[in-house]
Design a protein around this ligand. Structure first.
Ligand code: F6P
Length: 317
């Protein structure tokens, strides 16, 4: 193996993974190209050369130095063929794809349909890659959200108010559940669970009658809009509410130590397995050891054990 390329999505820890890939490859005498702007850059042949120095000083930065895009064109076969042509024209022997479900689905297409050697590194704040305990970026996202939540709690307690905090997660309640548990929140609304808004309002009224005056409700963006929930609570309980939508602050930011450590291991292991001939798989840590998972399994829907989380959140508040 003489030359590989790396293609990314963005979240905290991705730069640390690029650094690990580049420096591991360099150690093995393998040249590394960076694909700019995700699959769009692969289609358009937008590649840059990466050497040891070009990844200096990026370990502690969020986002991706390679920039990224949601490349809708890649769903079309003609553009897939153009992407494969970029790989062939540039004599790329293997590709490392760092990203979430969409990126890994693209990686699976390249490997299974066109025979491009591809290894993925799961990286998504949603932590919804099947068979993967912890994707890159998820730990940072929860910690960023927790930092914001602790500040909101100060005001909620001081002013004896109800806050509705909206977090990311279009079809997955991972961040919401982690945050509710770590932040001691009273209620959490996630796409995986049905919502009993009347029951929640009754609980708030009952709690209030017993002297409980401040509440924090976490809502995953894919379940409902915080402003709508706030309106319903005010209407049904008569209590004033406030809303905080955390949004994209959760995806960026300085990666936690855990995300950097995972990135170091997985970047290194991805190069090793690609060099040894593995493809159509992604790498992850199981009990602290790097392992591979077929992409065909990783891209299946992940089932989160929401019920036990929810139960614990409720008994601890
Ligand atoms: O998949 C990661 C994620 O941050 C989701 O949590 C969120 O719903 C989505 O991406 C937002 O996408 P965009 O940045 O394209 O608006």
């Amino acid at each position: 193996m003489k030359k590989i390329a790396v293609l990314t999505r963005d979240c905290a820890g991705v730069n640390a993974a690029i650094r690990s890939v580049v420096r591991t490859a360099f150690e093995q005498g393998i040249e590394v190209m960076g694909v700019m702007r995700g699959y769009d850059g692969l289609i358009d042949g937008e590649l840059v050369s990466l050497d040891r120095r070009s990844v200096s000083g990026i370990l502690n930065h969020g986002g991706t130095i390679l920039k990224t895009a949601r490349a809708k064109r890649f769903f079309e076969e003609s553009f897939q063929r153009q992407a494969v042509k970029t790989v062939q024209d540039n004599n790329i022997d293997g590709l490392i794809v760092i990203g979430g479900n969409g990126s890994l689905m693209g990686a699976h297409v390249l490997a299974s349909k066109y025979g491009v050697p591809v290894v993925g590194i799961p990286a998504t704040i949603d932590n919804d890659v099947n068979s993967v305990d912890l994707s890159l970026g998820a730990d940072t996202a929860v910690n960023v959200a927790l930092d914001a939540l602790d500040k909101i709690r100060d005001t909620a307690t001081s002013l004896e108010r109800i806050f509705i905090v909206e977090v990311m997660g279009r079809s997955c309640g991972y961040i919401a559940l982690q945050l509710a548990l770590a932040g001691g929140c009273e209620e959490v609304l996630v796409p995986e669970l049905s919502m009993d808004i009347n029951g929640m309002c009754d609980e708030i009224k009952e709690g209030n009658s017993k002297g409980k005056v401040s509440w924090i409700v976490i809502v995953a963006e894919g379940k409902a809009k915080a402003h709508d929930i706030s309106g319903i609570i005010t209407k049904k309980t008569g209590f004033e509410t406030r809303v905080a939508v955390l949004g994209h602050i959760q995806r960026g930011g300085r990666p936690t130590a855990l995300d950097r450590i995972i990135a170091a291991h997985l970047g290194n292991y991805a190069v090793e397995v690609l060099k040894d001939g593995s493809s159509d798989c992604c790498v992850t840590l199981k009990e602290g050891k790097p392992v591979t998972i077929p992409l065909e399994i990783a891209i299946r829907p992940k089932k989160l054990d929401v019920n036990s989380y929810y139960w614990l959140i409720k008994i601890l508040t």
